[in-house]
Design a binder for this molecule. Structure first.
Ligand code: BGC
Length: 489
């Protein structure tokens, strides 16, 4: 037992199996898979007039990913995964996380974790209680546009302020000594468990003075400026945190995936395959942060003109191309581009647009969820989204059906791409005979049918072996994962 928390709690690193207390449940279990909660029929919506039918036929051609296209993606993806293990500056960054041990499940202790995802910033106090029980006290802080695009120092000062505020609310003085795990969900070239430089920003962040700098140092300095007596023990990508936190209860967890504002995956690799890295780990394994959002093989990815428009107008053109096809930050924007195009041809809303629809990112992915979930005869909620929120002057039932079909096409494509990427990793690590994939993120959790569509595509790719793969929802795992990694560190 060791007291590395500084909070006076013991951290036991003995072996044994535990069950996690993080609230997660099997979204879909391999054998005898039960339908996902809220599962509803999901056939295409009928669209009646000739012009609407022509528009749909055109869009289906562009957005539908066939089985053979899925297979081609898996092949190219696997190839690129291997290349990333052998050399730097490849399509996949394949970043060693410096985490080799998955938790045994017996770890105990109390830790702080900071979690910077795409949308929120959370401060958590995680009490690992052993036997799979962990308790979390957490507070979410909103990140304003100013924070996301201002100076790096301002951003890190904000983090430190939140930590001090969180400690004080918990009745602790800022001078209280403790250690923390920092979940930083951006591509970072890690050089140690508590050291790593940001490669580039994404997901709408662009703070200066951070790219190329060690983010642990930036945080540590900011904490010092605020007088907080905290040691940053571990720097963790959210995918790595999700994997580790899920492995706390399920040792068969070999992949951690985020399908939220951004997307990415981490998995357990043999160090002998990681030839670009000179080092060894006690168990010959390393959790790799793939940064799969960077996949961009034009030979296998059928990218539409709408995707190109989105990419060109984004803050990082040509970068994170796969992420822009899949993740929650972008799906609504793809739909917006598609709708705008159909307005310009007069195929939607009789050619009438609205100021709201013209604004980038104003068609939120959450609207797609609402529209896909709308099973009323008149598509009443779709009408509310289009007319009340997006101020489209008037919509016909046919317009609404067309918009719903667009959402289905874009949402289904994202799920199928995610499945292809997942399958490629499972094949790469030879786990077709069974493993658990821990998945966190709003898209997987809340977007209607996403998990089922992923599972269908996994079946198309892997055949019966898909029955051996458990897609397990891991809610808010990255904070707990960071705490565990700090414990293991
Ligand atoms: C980042 C990854 C992160 C993912 C999910 C991506 O934009 O590059 O590091 O894991 O989002 O949050």
């Amino acid at each position: 037992m060791s007291d590395i928390t500084g909070l006076g709690f013991s951290v036991g690193l003995a072996s044994g199996a535990l069950v996690t207390a993080a609230v997660h449940y099997l979204y879909s279990h391999a054998k005898g898979s039960a339908p996902a909660p809220n599962s509803v029929p999901q056939g295409p919506v009928a669209v009646s007039t000739p012009s609407a039918e022509a528009a749909i036929a055109r869009l289906e051609k562009q957005f539908t990913i066939s089985s053979s296209q899925l297979h081609a993606i898996v092949k190219s993806f696997s190839n690129e995964l291997k290349k990333g293990l052998q050399a730097d500056n490849q399509m996949f960054l394949q970043i060693p996380s410096y985490v080799s041990n998955r938790p045994k499940g017996t770890e105990t202790g109390k830790f702080l974790a900071l979690d910077l995802g795409g949308t929120n910033f959370r401060v958590c106090e995680i009490s690992l209680e052993g036997r799979g029980h962990a308790r979390t006290r957490q507070k979410k802080y909103t990140l304003t546009e100013d924070l996301k695009t201002g100076s790096g120092e301002h951003l890190f000062d904000f983090f430190a302020e939140c930590v001090v505020n969180f400690l004080e609310e918990g009745g602790l003085d800022k001078s209280f000594a403790t250690s923390l795990g920092f979940t930083f969900s951006f591509p970072v070239t890690q050089t140690a468990i508590n050291e790593g430089a940001l490669c580039f920003w994404n997901k709408g962040f662009s703070c200066d003075g951070v790219v190329g700098h060690d983010v642990v140092r930036l945080l540590q300095d900011a904490l010092k400026r605020k007088g907080a007596n905290i040691t940053v023990k571990a720097l963790v990508n959210d995918t790595v945190g999700t994997l580790v936190s899920h492995a706390y209860s399920d040792p068969q967890t070999y992949l951690g995936i985020i399908l939220g504002t951004g997307t990415n995956a981490a998995y357990v690799e043999k160090v002998s395959n990681l030839t670009k890295w000179k080092g060894e780990t006690p168990n010959g394994e390393m959790i790799m942060n793939t940064e799969w959002g960077g996949f961009n093989d034009p030979a296998v990815l059928p990218i539409t003109s709408f995707d190109h428009s989105l990419d060109r107008a984004s803050s990082n053109p040509g970068i994170q191309v796969f992420e822009k096809l899949i993740s929650g930050m972008y799906l609504g924007e793809i739909v917006r581009y598609t709708i705008t195009d159909l307005i310009s041809t007069g195929e939607l809303f009789r050619g009438a647009s609205s100021e709201e629809l013209k604004k980038p990112y104003h068609f939120e992915t959450a609207f797609m969820s609402r529209i896909e979930r709308d099973h009323t005869l008149e598509l009443a909620d779709t009408k509310a989204v289009l007319e009340d929120l997006l101020k489209v002057p008037a919509t016909s039932l046919e317009d609404r059906r067309l918009v719903k079909r667009i959402c289905q096409l874009v949402g289904t494509r994202a799920a199928r791409f995610s499945a292809a990427a997942t399958a490629a990793i499972i094949i790469k690590i030879n786990k077709l005979d069974g493993c658990t994939v821990a998945i966190d993120g709003s898209l997987f959790e809340h977007y209607p049918h996403f998990a089922n569509r992923m599972r269908d595509a996994l079946h198309e790719i892997l055949g019966l072996s898909a029955e051996n793969i458990v897609l397990s929802q891991a809610r808010d795992g990255s904070g707990q994962g960071a705490a565990l990694i700090a414990a293991l560190a």
